[in-house]
Design a protein around this ligand. Structure first.
Ligand code: NAP
Length: 293
């Protein structure tokens, strides 16, 4: 039976480590890290995510600023807000919560963010620096996965890593990170997507399997070999009559049967998900300490 990779525990630990560091910075009269978040419109899920990020900042002693804008905000108005945040010397890093309303071009906004303050790691300069293995802000989910592999001392050099999914926020950056000449990394990487024929032939060869396709319980025991390390990124909320809330979260991996064969596995919930906020806070601390630029 696999050892659980406990993202909730590691996320709490990282936040505690940052809290201690911020407290020391405060005591020495240093600058308190300051994260800003821009929320456009009233999307319920986005409000929850941004609320959790702001709360996490408060808990560890960061300064936080929430910029709330109406759904009707124009692209031009948002670009001006972004420009203001770029120029605000007190703000170390900021995020613009995605998705934006349909009349605003997400990519145009991302590219307007000063890469020095791009703590979400979505700016093309951040992505390019990641590909070149230069200091940068890694996007939250891949950074979280890297932290989990590191904290659990999972051996990666020389291993075969199979990634399912090639999105810009998860699969693609994970494939780059696992192939780089660093730890975690130095894997031989296979990147699979919806046009990959005979997926199982690939997954059966994986020493490390990173699954991010968004299809509940897609990976089954017959698709993995004994001893595989499984990172399940998927989160799908489905109705359930077995829970009080009427909903249950499912990963992309059929947990019980795959866990029986794996050496390590991340659960859903409580695996990769909780790491997202820890990653954002780590990036903000880096920005504040000018570790990247
Ligand atoms: P996405 O943008 O929808 O990308 C899904 C990827 O999976 C695409 O590359 C797609 O291939 C590939 N795919 C779809 N069906 C496939 C199949 N049958 N076989 C092989 N590949 C297939 O998704 P995402 O944003 O990366 O998110 C993936 C999952 O992770 C979702 O459940 C999401 O909710 C979750 N997620 C969790 C976190 C977290 O913090 N835990 C963060 C982000 C996302 P094509 O490119 O060919 O279409």
């Amino acid at each position: 039976m696999a050892e659980l990779i406990d993202g909730k525990k590691i996320s709490t630990l990282i936040q505690e480590e940052i809290r201690v560091e911020v407290s020391a910075i405060k005591n020495n009269g240093g600058k308190i890290p300051h994260l800003a978040a821009v929320l456009v419109g009233n999307d319920g899920a986005s409000e929850t995510y941004v609320g959790a990020k702001v709360k996490a900042c408060e808990n560890i002693g960061f300064k936080s600023t929430l910029v709330r804008l109406a759904e009707s905000t124009t692209e031009q108005e948002l670009l001006m807000i972004v420009e203001g945040l770029n120029k605000d010397a007190d703000i170390d890093g900021y995020i613009v919560q995605l998705p934006l309303p349909k009349h605003i071009n997400d990519q145009k906004i991302i590219e307007a963010i000063d890469p020095k303050k791009d703590v979400d790691g979505f700016h093309p300069q951040s992505v390019g620096r990641m590909a070149l293995n230069l200091p940068t802000y890694l996007p939250a989910t891949p950074f979280g996965i890297v932290q989990l592999l590191e904290r659990y001392k999972i051996e990666t050099a020389g291993k075969h890593c199979v990634v399912i999914g090639r999105s810009h926020i998860v699969g693609s950056p994970m494939s780059i990170l696992m192939a780089r000449n660093a730890y975690p990394g130095n894997c031989t990487v296979t990147l699979c997507h919806s046009r990959t024929p005979n997926l199982k032939e690939h997954t059966l060869k994986a020493d490390i399997l990173i699954v991010a396709l968004g299809k509940p319980e897609f990976v089954t025991a017959d698709m993995v070999k004994d001893g595989v390390v499984v990172v399940d990124v998927g989160i799908t909320r489905m109705t359930s009559d077995k829970t009080k809330s009427g909903f249950k979260l499912f990963g992309d991996v059929k947990f019980d049967e795959v866990a029986a064969k794996a050496s390590f596995i991340t659960p859903v919930p409580g695996g990769v998900g909780p790491m997202t906020i820890a990653s954002l806070l780590m990036n903000t601390l880096k920005a504040s300490k000018k570790e990247v630029y």
